[in-house]
Design a protein around this ligand. Structure first.
Ligand code: PGA
Length: 256
């Protein structure tokens, strides 16, 4: 479905985007095995839901071939800002495009926390992704400590202000991922995620940007999350690794 804006005069619609983030999981063989279970489930998925798999670089080639002609789009989990150069261990946007990638996660909290990602490098990666025709999924969110100190809003607003300088908001997805909810099973309460996502939207120049929630999304809570008016999708880690559970998330049900 499409979520309508709250203003009656606002005819714009926001796309529903459900993305799996496999992180550093699955060999090529395991990725193929996942698809065997997942592909049949897609028949039940309403047409207007975008399904994305953000997989390790090593699985991109084989999945690009296997997903050819399918509705599932392929995503990467990082991208460098130069097209080529002496940057050992990095991957450029044209390399991803050539292999059939359409989306890329940028600024995930694990990259910010463990690999020295800063708002300045997030900004460079977002612009490079867009220049090559990729749609970046920008992750923002606060730590538990920041939430407890009532800094949630200021932290997120500061991230958005720095990350989005000269970024084209017509080709962008934002994911609100409270860090304390990632991989912990401790989901942010749906109403609270809705509130923060509404605040994020108020800071964007384009009100039609799809904003996802991420952090311990699972089959048991996806229906409640997607029933929230501000939430346009989900970025799913652990629960995207099993075909049945990611399919149930993609095929979420709204109350009648
Ligand atoms: P999780 O991860 O669903 O395992 O909490 C979400 C993410 O890191 O994008």
């Amino acid at each position: 479905m499409w979520h309508c804006g709250l203003e009656l005069t606002d005819l714009a619609v926001r796309k529903i985007v459900i993305a799996g983030n496999w992180k550093m999981y699955k060999t090529q063989a395991e990725a193929q095995e996942f698809l065997r279970g997942f592909a049949p489930e897609l028949e039940k998925t309403p047409d207007d839901r975008e399904a994305i798999l953000c997989v390790p670089f090593t699985a991109l080639g084989i999945l690009s071939q296997s997903l050819h002609g399918s509705r599932v789009r392929l995503g990467a989990q990082n991208v460098h800002w130069e097209n080529e150069g002496a940057f050992t261990g990095e991957i450029s946007a044209p390399m991803l495009v050539e292999i059939g990638v359409s989306y890329v996660i940028v600024g995930h909290s694990e990259r910010r926390q463990y690999f020295g990602e800063t708002d300045a490098t997030v900004n460079l990666r977002l612009k490079a992704a867009q220049s090559a025709g990729l749609t970046p999924i920008l992750c923002v969110g606060e730590t538990k400590q920041q939430r407890d100190a009532k800094e949630t809003e200021s932290i997120i607003f500061a991230q958005l202000a720095q990350d989005l300088v000269d970024v084209d908001q017509k080709n962008l997805i934002v994911a609100y991922e409270p860090i304390w909810a990632i991989g912990t099973g401790d989901t942010c309460e749906a109403g609270e995620a809705n509130r923060v996502i509404g605040l994020i939207r108020s800071r964007l120049s384009n009100p039609d940007v799809s904003i996802q929630y991420g952090g311990s999304v699972k089959p048991e809570n996806i229906d409640e999350i997607m029933a929230q008016p501000e939430i346009d999708g989900a970025l799913v880690g652990g629960a995207s690794l099993q075909a049945a559970s990611f399919a149930r998330i993609l095929n979420y049900k709204l109350p009648n």
